[in-house]
Write a protein of this length. Structure first.
Length: 200
């Protein structure tokens, strides 16, 4: 009987996720970030590909986004401004969409970015692999990766979709801390926005 109980306990521990954040059931702060590569993308008016290993900057900000999402629309100017603010300062901002709506696919992304003055790279992963491996649940949702590509922050950009009511800048504070070689004071927040539909 004792052996059976121990065996069941061992199985439960194996079945439980090794990494899980408070609001993310797949990955946790302090975990090595899942690798991603070959994601077709656009930067400005140029086609490109997103490969994590090819990013030279010390800090990577990965944003899960979606054209159709009204909450993303509330954040889009902040995202553009954020990418420009940290451009040339050792920070690479990349956005990825994993939704299967026509309005979220790469041709629509190219149209979406026109006239927005966005300098960041925006890709589309039809396989949704990156979304599943990062436990993405909402758009917009952000991850900060340090030089060793360890997750240092994940969650929301700030504490209010209404820009005029923002009092906490979680993403910027996390990036600033990581650039200084420090741990962010706030390492995880609950992402809020449009739910991501991941086909299992």
């Amino acid at each position: 009987m004792r052996t059976t109980i121990l065996s069941l306990t061992a199985l439960a521990l194996v079945a439980a996720p090794v990494f899980a954040g408070k609001f993310n059931t797949v990955v946790s702060v302090g975990q090595k970030a899942p690798d991603f590569s070959g994601i077709p993308a656009v930067q400005g008016d140029k086609d490109t590909t997103i490969n994590l290993k090819d990013i030279k900057e010390d800090v990577v900000v990965l944003c899960f986004s979606a054209n159709h999402c009204p909450v993303v629309h509330q954040y889009e100017d902040r995202m553009v401004d954020f990418a420009k603010k940290y451009e040339g300062k050792g920070v690479k901002f990349v956005a990825v969409c994993v939704e299967h709506r026509d309005e979220d696919r790469l041709p629509a992304i190219k149209e979406y970015l026109k006239g927005k003055g966005a300098s960041y790279t925006y890709g589309y992963d039809d396989s949704q692999k990156i979304g599943r491996e990062y436990g993405a649940t909402n758009t917009p949702q952000f991850f900060v990766l340090d030089k060793s590509r360890t997750i240092r922050y994940m969650g929301a950009m700030d504490n209010n979709a209404n820009e005029g009511k923002v009092t906490k800048h979680y993403l910027a504070d996390a990036v600033d801390a990581v650039l200084k070689g420090e741990s962010p004071e706030v390492q995880e927040t609950q992402p809020k926005g449009c739910g991501i539909n991941l086909n299992k």
